[in-house]
Design a protein around this ligand. Structure first.
Ligand code: P6P
Length: 338
């Protein structure tokens, strides 16, 4: 449990500073990255909250009320994060689901020792139907020598090399959940003061799952071991109670519910997409870091997800992530699915 002085109101800035104080060798650069990400999250939240109004307030395809050309919100979110993070002097490169190659730090700004990878607005197609969406981010130290621009090699590191990871869920409230390897902590945005306040210190995910999140439409494309595993999760093997099926179709929403309530999210390999759909570097790995810090687990069906060595920036990986018992069940039942 994170001990705090008697005030119950802990802003994310205060929490970051108190966490940094625990690392005497800390330079404050990682803290600066987290501050700036929190600011970007607030800016994206304000855009997402107004998404339903843009068509009413500004005709699609033209300038909207903010004078911005009408763009998809994930493009806007991508620009918000890029602009919020490119000048702090802490990063030597970035990578985004929205951009094919790595994002260079503009020449007028100093390069730092970290790289940031992110999915600016995952599940953005759900915005039109008011389903929660999310931002996911991962921070690693550069591995290439020097102090200049980062390279692709700095991005292609396994998940165990992450120094920080987190997500923002734009749901009934906006929450930011992050870890630096000392637990996973959740902060809820109070829009009346524009501050993220500590609401979920040291999150622990239940060992036993309550929810199963998987898209059954792919059942005919799954291998037999995967089908057997899903039957087991549904209690169709008679000896076990079924889990409740909850699948929103928005990764961050499904993951967050299962993290707090206990459950497993699965996007198995299938014959149509042998590596599943979700991206390893800026979706699977950051959520896996959070999940493991909360006492859960994450695999790709064959091994611990965070030990996979990536070869491409946007590579996909099958994902089984959540409560420890359920992930261990998947490990056992997929043993033969080699
Ligand atoms: P499917 C949204 O498009 C997304 O990337 C994730 O947020 C979500 O978990 C997944 O795809 C849903 O994919 O194939 O079940 O529609």
């Amino acid at each position: 449990m994170i001990a705090h002085s008697d005030t119950s109101i802990v802003t994310i800035d205060r929490f970051i500073i108190e966490q940094e104080a625990k690392f005497p060798e800390a330079t404050g650069e990682l803290s600066g990255i987290l501050y700036d990400l929190a600011v970007a999250a607030k800016m994206i939240s304000s855009k997402v909250r107004r998404a339903g109004l843009i068509d009413i307030l500004g005709a699609a395809g033209s300038d909207n009320v903010q004078g911005e050309h009408q763009q998809k919100l994930d493009v806007i979110a991508n620009a918000i994060i890029t602009k919020a993070m490119d000048h702090g002097g802490r990063l030597c490169a970035m990578a985004s689901e929205e951009e094919e190659g790595i994002i260079a730090i503009p020449p007028q700004f100093k390069c730092g020792k970290y790289v940031l990878l992110f999915d600016p607005l995952d599940g953005s197609s759900n915005i039109d139907v008011n389903v929660p969406v999310g931002t996911i981010f991962s921070v690693m130290r550069r591995v290439t020598p020097g102090t200049g621009h980062g390279k692709l090699k700095d991005m292609l590191q396994s998940g165990v090399k992450q120094v920080a990871a987190g997500y923002v869920i734009y749901g009934s409230s906006t929450m930011m959940v992050y870890t630096t390897g000392r637990g996973a902590h959740g902060f809820t945005l109070d829009p009346s003061i524009g501050e993220f306040l500590l609401s979920h210190p040291d999150i622990r995910t239940p060992n036993a799952g309550k929810y199963l999140s998987v898209n059954d439409a792919y059942e005919r494309y799954w291998s037999e071991p995967v089908r057997a595993l899903m039957r087991r999760y549904r209690g169709l093997d008679t000896q076990h109670d079924p889990m409740n099926v909850r699948y929103v179709g928005s990764l961050v929403a499904d993951f967050h519910r299962n993290l707090l309530g206990g459950g497993i999210f699965a996007y198995p390999a299938n014959t149509k997409t042998p590596n599943g759909k979700l991206r390893l570097l800026y979706e699977g790995n950051p959520l896996a870091f959070i999940c493991e810090q909360a006492g859960g687990a994450a695999i790709n069906g064959r091994q611990r997800l965070m030990e996979v060595v990536p070869t491409e920036l946007h590579e996909r990986a099958p994902l089984y992530i959540g409560s420890k018992n359920e992930v261990e069940m998947a490990t056992r039942m997929l043993e033969t699915d080699r």
